[in-house]
Design a binder for this molecule. Structure first.
Ligand code: GTP
Ligand code: SPV
Ligand code: MN
Length: 598
């Protein structure tokens, strides 16, 4: 396909403009054809972007190593560039738009000399759906092109949908030197534009994902009256055959992919439970004319955390990645297979690790620290359609109706296994004050507890306080509104062991949540919300320590009051007075209820 075949004039002139800046040797438009994909794969093998894996064991699978200083999102180099700093708010890094463009221009300038600039027209959401948004990414990374072809809907049909006059998000991406000192991830919400330079991995580089589908989309969602969220969507079919769709927001590497495709434990399977996966990372919601919240997954693939994934923890993910998958930063075994910590099968005797260094089990570095085979944020990119539990509704343009929204995070203490908010307003407060221990999905602060409202702290494209107001406003249009819950799979005992087995067993908690949605069980009214009567949680066949459930459901008044102080600091000192009064009110009411607890 030739540039002058693109009907959209704005797109054509933008491509020329960006090409003038980056000066690629050639421009190639991605048309979505299988022939072109095959050509690109061959080129990627020749230029070293990809290594071909053992095609007998891993048909259609490839391996990639990103630069060892480019292995996770870099939130400190990520900016929201609005004319006014207040529009970005206190939780985002802000840069004045002109300064941002000047700084990035200096890095992009001539950065694609002797390189190819690929033009990727992509749709987030089913092509042509009212929910969907079109983006066009320019990039000089073939690895990024091949990932985008899995993660999004790419090709000439997107250009057709865009037509002569359609609007699209301009996504400029360049590898440049990959030097973190010369790396910028810039968002211009008012211009519907993203500039990312100096990184070739994950959310920094696959611009449809966090940059468009969350940061830019959340800004647009506020203006257009919908929600763009860091959530999985799954369908759960109960014993009576009725299907409930639920959405869940957990911060990065806190279990969305795992929950979205869980396998029911035996007892629940026998009762008739089945799980259908709609999405594992991002959800877009709209209030339908029926008053319900409907949601789609704007993505077409999954970019899942490899370490910890095995056929015990996540059999459906293992089945999804048997073919047509790109593995990044895992261990490469001598027979051109892949391996990662807490993965599948025997630990290989040796291999080449994520840094490209010879590796064997037990290898330590100069300081005696264990050297990993796979990076903790190593990932697989695979088509969602290959997931055995995939729903047959992923391409439905109107999405699916949502019965419950779940917030959660990694909390070693304080947060119980599950509780239910009293109503939407209370639920928005629960989401707004959610916190979690930082994971390897980002480069800085791993292990620290941080507030991460609705799991959107790194992804909200505008002022977080205004985002809370938007949630409250959307709630006013919902009838009935989904019920809101909070879960924690990560509570630990005094010896540091997880109290709850997690993974597939989490369906036991989801069963209670669904039962609440259809008014099938009563609950205990506590200071923090509704909690299960222990007898209503089906624990059959589960080998829980005798007092584990008591500990999992315990509310420690002192710890909660400490939590309330931290929340207050976050809401008042960090977010400030623009936080909606309803949120403060919920906070004060909860504090009163906790104080009255005995
Ligand atoms: P992003 O793709 O970064 O947004 O992550 P995610 O939320 O999809 O997380 P994912 O499901 O990939 O899980 C990340 C890590 O958490 C993996 O190492 C999992 O093994 C672990 N994990 C997932 N679910 C559970 C659980 O229920 N219990 C425990 N203990 N660990 C879990
Ligand atoms: C996350 O960090 O939440 C991810 C991975 O899903 S990335 O695409 O790198 O953002
Ligand atoms: Mn994510």
């Amino acid at each position: 396909m030739k540039l002058n075949e693109i009907k959209n004039e704005t797109l054509r002139s933008w491509i020329w403009q960006m090409a003038a800046l980056c000066q690629p040797e050639q421009i190639v438009i991605i048309d979505g054809s299988e022939e072109q994909r095959e050509e690109l794969l061959q080129l990627a093998l020749r230029n070293g972007d990809l290594i071909k894996l053992n095609q007998d064991k891993h048909p259609g699978c490839y391996y990639h190593r990103s630069d060892s200083a480019d292995v996770a999102r870099t939130e400190h180099l990520t900016f929201i560039c609005t004319p006014d700093k207040d529009q970005a708010g206190p939780t985002n890094n802000w840069m004045q738009p002109q300064e941002a463009r000047d700084r990035a221009t200096e890095i992009f300038q001539r950065s694609m000399r002797n390189r190819i600039m690929y033009v990727i027209p992509f749709s987030m959401g089913p092509v042509g759906s009212e929910f969907s948004k079109i983006g066009v990414q320019l990039t000089d990374s073939l690895y990024v092109v091949l990932n985008m072809m899995i993660m999004t809907r790419v090709g000439a049909n997107v250009l057709d949908a865009l037509g002569y006059k359609g609007d699209f998000t301009r996504c400029l991406h360049g590898l440049a030197s990959l030097d973190p000192e010369r790396r910028l991830i810039l968002h211009f919400p008012q211009d519907n534009e993203i500039w990312s330079v100096g990184s070739g991995y994950g959310g920094n580089a696959l611009l449809g994902k966090k940059c468009l589908a969350l940061r830019i989309a959340s800004y647009q969602a506020r203006q257009e009256g919908w929600l763009a969220e860091h959530m999985l969507i799954m369908g759960i079919e109960g014993p009576d055959g009725r299907l409930f769709y639920i959405a869940a927001a957990f911060p990065s590497a806190c279990g969305k992919t795992n929950l979205a495709m869980l396998i029911p434990p035996e007892g629940l399977k026998a009762k008739g439970y089945r799980v259908f996966t709609i999405g594992d990372d991002i959800a877009w919601f709209r209030v339908n004319t029926d008053g319900q919240l409907w949601g789609i997954n704007p993505e077409a693939g999954m970019f899942g955390v490899a370490p910890g994934t095995n056929s015990q923890s996540n059999p459906n993910a293992m089945a999804t990645i048997v073919k047509n998958t790109i593995f990044t930063n895992t261990l490469l075994t001598p027979d051109y297979g892949v391996w990662w910590e807490n993965g599948e099968g025997q630990t290989p005797a040796n291999g080449v690790n994520w840094q490209g260094l010879p590796w064997y089990p037990g290898l330590t570095d100069a300081d005696g620290k264990k050297v990993m085979g796979a990076h903790p944020n190593s990932r697989f990119t695979a088509p969602l359609i290959q997931c055995p539990s995939v729903s047959n509704r992923i391409d439905q343009p109107q999405g699916v109706p949502i019965s419950a929204i779940i917030f959660g995070g990694r909390r070693a203490s304080v947060m119980p296994l599950v509780y239910e908010a009293f109503n939407w307003k209370h639920g928005v407060y629960v989401g707004a004050t959610a916190a979690s221990e930082v994971t390897a999905a980002q480069t800085h602060g791993i292990g620290d507890l941080r507030f991460d409202p609705m799991a959107m702290l790194p992804f909200c494209g505008y002022n977080m306080a205004d985002y809370f107001s938007h949630w409250l406003r959307v709630g006013q249009r919902l009838n009935p509104a989904p019920k809101i819950f909070h879960v924690n799979w990560f509570r630990k005992d005094d010896d540091g062991n997880f109290l709850w087995p997690g993974y597939g067993e989490n369906l036991r908690v989801l069963e209670w949540i669904i039962d609440r949605c259809r008014n099938a069980v009563t609950a205990q009214k506590t200071a923090i919300g509704y909690m299960p009567n222990p007898a209503d949680l089906d624990l059959n066949g589960l080998d829980l320590a005798p007092d584990a459930l008591t500990k999992l459901l315990a509310i420690d008044k002192d710890l909660w009051l400490k939590e309330m102080e931290a929340r207050e600091k976050f809401l008042r000192d960090k977010l400030g007075t623009t936080v909606p009064v309803e949120i403060f009110q919920q906070h004060l009411e909860l504090k009163e209820r906790l104080k009255k607890m005995d």
